[in-house]
Design a protein around this ligand. Sequence first.
Ligand SMILES: [Zn+2]
Length: 472
Amino acid sequence: MNFRTIRMSLLVFLLLFLSGLTFAQEHTVQGREIFGNKLESINPENGLIRCVSSEYEKHLFQNEPNRATTEEFEAWLAPKVEAVKQRMLYATTDEPIIISIPVVVHVIHNGKGVGSFENISDAQVLSQIAVLNQDFRRMLNTPGYNANTIGADVGIEFCLALTAPDGTATTGIDRVNLGVAQWTSESAVENTLKPQTIWDPTQYFNIWVAKFGGTGNNSLNGVLGYAQFPSNSGLGGISTNGGSATTDGVIMDYRAFGSSDIAPFGSYYSGYDKGRTATHEIGHCFGLRHIWGDNSNCTVNTADSGQDYCPDTPAANTPHFDCNAVYNTCFSAPGNDMTENYMDYTNDTCMSTFTLDQKARIVAVLQNSVRRSTLVTSTVCQSNLGTEVFDNNNALAIFPNPASDVINIGIANSAILPTSYSIFNALGQIVAVKNISSVNDLQIDINSMNTGIYFIKIERQNASKTFKFIKK
Ligand SMILES: [Zn+2]
């Protein structure tokens, strides 16, 4: 054997070895399971798993056979979405109604210093909130803007809570050392991490940031995040479809949380470092499904395009992991695959769009689903310091809410009248102020106000309490 032959043999061996390795990797990927079910999609470039929300939902169905089915949930939601669409169609003003969602971010760590590894910095948390606001408001001159004619300003803003469940002040960033180096299984997350740290999910939108790891089937290794889908109301004799109140929210790996453009000193996964995993997962929490409907269906009708229940997202029969080319996986249906949609699996920099139909679904869910409709009227983004004595002595309340003609300030003791109230719109502009001199002043005529979200701040001496209400 001369030198040339040896070199050729080595080359052949190397090629055989590499092809065997590639086969082994593909085999592992195809066979991998999550939550006891086949993993639907994995990024072939880097092995990362964008989202396992649909697998998580499937798993919940298996564990709770009495849950309402997806079809029952959709039948419950459909007329509510239609009502929102009618309102959007006939809106008399271009000014969107802004819904503000109070957020708590639980940073789950293992004793590392603030700003290192999974104990991410405040700046990284704040960068994520900034991205959410850019994306859900389609904010001009940010990566969340798009010029698509069906692109929507969803009209949702996210704020970090200022009042904790016990009434004390908070930054909305809740750092918890659970003494676990990495979270390897869904059961540990669902049975320990979430229930031990969750804040009242009717008042706070819970986001957890942790380190995922482990090996093999059913581990969370490489998963970027997952969300709990919304539930129906549970009223009218239909069983609810949702997951438990102790697990509601979004959980994410810290390497896909926040934006490296805004907070460059964090650890990020390449390609997933612009905060879009959270945008995608919160989309699920507010009722959105993947734009390919987690199936290869290309059927389109007036209510749907491929089982994402949003006709204006073109039908697609598979996820995409990049936007390097124009894709059309459903030739029988109009439109190219919408790789710029937040509910695809493309890289963070590809994404910029929620559609108008997706907005209608989100608004319908926020107005009607359990642990969603109460977020809309939660006041935990307001500082409540100094209110206890005033409130405890007088059990302040406002009613009805939502209201169309009159809103009332309820007090337990008319001898302790508040001294004044101020009403602010969602932009923080004062729209009404009044000194209160008698119980008659506790009845407020709101007939002339535009529909939307408002805050009423009720004051007495140095104390105040603020409520959110909806004028309908
Ligand atoms: Zn997803």
